[in-house]
Ligand binder design. Structure first.
Ligand code: IMP
Ligand code: MG
Length: 181
């Protein structure tokens, strides 16, 4: 285990099993719909790559980049679009793939932005849900795990750009961020 990790919250095995289950559900729900899977950079990349391989139906890929956090561990509430989609989404089934819902600012902003482009549907698949922290009332249509209010890293999630490549999800030691917010 990495020295900055307090404990492992979700192991590689747990992640793999849940991602496979989500893939099975999405395979059924999106059969014949040729959805566009929109990955939110950069946190969702690992989850996105694993999940899409568990969907046994054609899925198109695209990405957006949004910033709401800066480098710290607390949400600023400010959401900014950094990279837009390459694809047109009018009339298409859009599935947003996100690493975690925290305050809800990011996904609320994104969902409204995409809805305005008249897609056939917009749904959200989030690996993690920190439900206790919600400020804006928004929920994922598909959720991997509901988790407590702890700052987590790994499997795509970062703290100040670090730890994204850890293969598990761990709770970050408070000492790493408490003096840096
Ligand atoms: P929201 O806009 O507050 O819902 O924040 C969502 C974004 O905040 C996610 O896409 C993550 O990038 C980041 N985030 C929220 N909680 C955590 C965490 O525990 N670890 C790492 N990133 C997080
Ligand atoms: Mg992030």
């Amino acid at each position: 285990m990495h020295q900055d990790v307090e404990r492992v919250l979700l192991s590689e095995e747990q992640l793999k099993k849940r991602v496979k289950e989500l893939g099975e559900v999405l395979t059924k729900d999106y059969a014949g719909k040729n959805p566009l899977a929109v990955g939110i950079l950069k946190g969702s990349v690992i989850f996105y790559a694993d999940l899409l391989r568990e969907i046994k139906e054609p899925v198109a890929m695209d990405f957006m980049s949004i910033s709401s956090y800066g480098a710290g561990a607390k949400s600023s509430g400010e959401v900014k679009l950094i990279k837009d989609l390459d694809s047109k989404i009018e009339g298409r089934h859009v599935l947003i793939i996100e690493d975690i819902i925290d305050s809800g600012y990011t996904l609320n902003y994104l969902k409204e932005l995409l809805r305005a482009r008249k897609p056939a549907s917009v749904k959200i698949c989030a690996l993690l849900d920190k439900y206790e922290r919600r400020v804006v009332p928004i929920d994922a249509d598909y959720t991997g795990f509901k988790i407590e209010d702890e700052f987590v890293i790994g499997y795509g999630l970062d703290y100040a750009g670090r730890f994204r490549n850890l293969p598990y999800i761990g709770i970050l030691k408070r000492s790493v961020y408490e003096n840096n917010d």
